[in-house]
Write a protein that binds this ligand. Structure first.
Ligand code: SF4
Ligand code: SF4
Ligand code: SF4
Length: 184
């Protein structure tokens, strides 16, 4: 009897340890489909889709609460990738005008160091000290333009980034997208 209890106890310990290890080793962080949708989005965190950033928009898409055509910075290419991933029909972008990639630049001579742009930047791309000059970290800036409206002295401008010729493409007519989807 005692031996049986010891064997069963030992087995319970072994299986418990295996299950504990598996739970840690194969833990799934969040929803993997949300991750894949989020990876497709441009990470500008600009809020132009009507959500507080790319991840909330990705979550809304997966829940079926948002269409796939709300991300203007991502443009048609992003919408098409989302349609392919989620097996949904391509849609005309809600904001038809796509924003060309650009970079915020601060005129450091005019900046009064109010820090309002720092508070507006969703990706912490602006540095500076109170009442002193501020500047944009070019590598961090997503070109969302959210820092422009709060600046009281209008010393921030958006500079378009040079695009290689290979980046140009003819806009894809939405009717053709629908036909292509039906054929596929
Ligand atoms: S519009 Fe696009 S880039 Fe901007 S927050 Fe929404 S998903 Fe992100
Ligand atoms: S610096 Fe301005 S344009 Fe660049 S990411 Fe921040 S808020 Fe957007
Ligand atoms: S909002 Fe304008 S003035 Fe204020 S710190 Fe930013 S760039 Fe300078």
């Amino acid at each position: 009897m005692l031996l049986s209890i010891m064997v069963l106890g030992g087995l319970a310990l072994i299986f418990g340890a295996i299950l504990g290890y598996a739970a840690v080793r194969f833990k799934v962080e969040g929803n993997p489909v949300v991750e894949r949708i989020n990876d497709i989005l441009p990470q500008s965190q600009c809020g132009r889709c009507g959500y507080l950033g790319c991840r909330p928009y990705a979550e809304a898409i997966l829940k079926g609460e948002a269409d796939i055509n709300l991300c203007a910075p991502g443009g048609e290419a992003t919408m098409l990738e989302l349609a392919k991933l989620l097996d949904r029909s391509p849609q005309q972008l809600v904001e038809v005008e796509e924003t060309p990639p650009s970079l915020a630049v601060i005129d450091e001579n005019l900046c009064i160091g109010c820090t309002l742009c720092v508070q507006a930047c969703p990706v912490d791309a602006i540095v500076g000290a109170v009442k002193l000059m501020h500047t944009v970290i070019a590598k961090q800036c997503t070109g969302c333009g959210l820092c422009l409206p709060p600046c009281p002295v209008d010393c921030i401008v958006m500079q378009p980034l040079p695009q290689p010729l290979s980046a140009w493409r003819h806009p894809y007519p939405i009717q053709m997208l629908k036909v292509e989807k039906k054929v596929a």
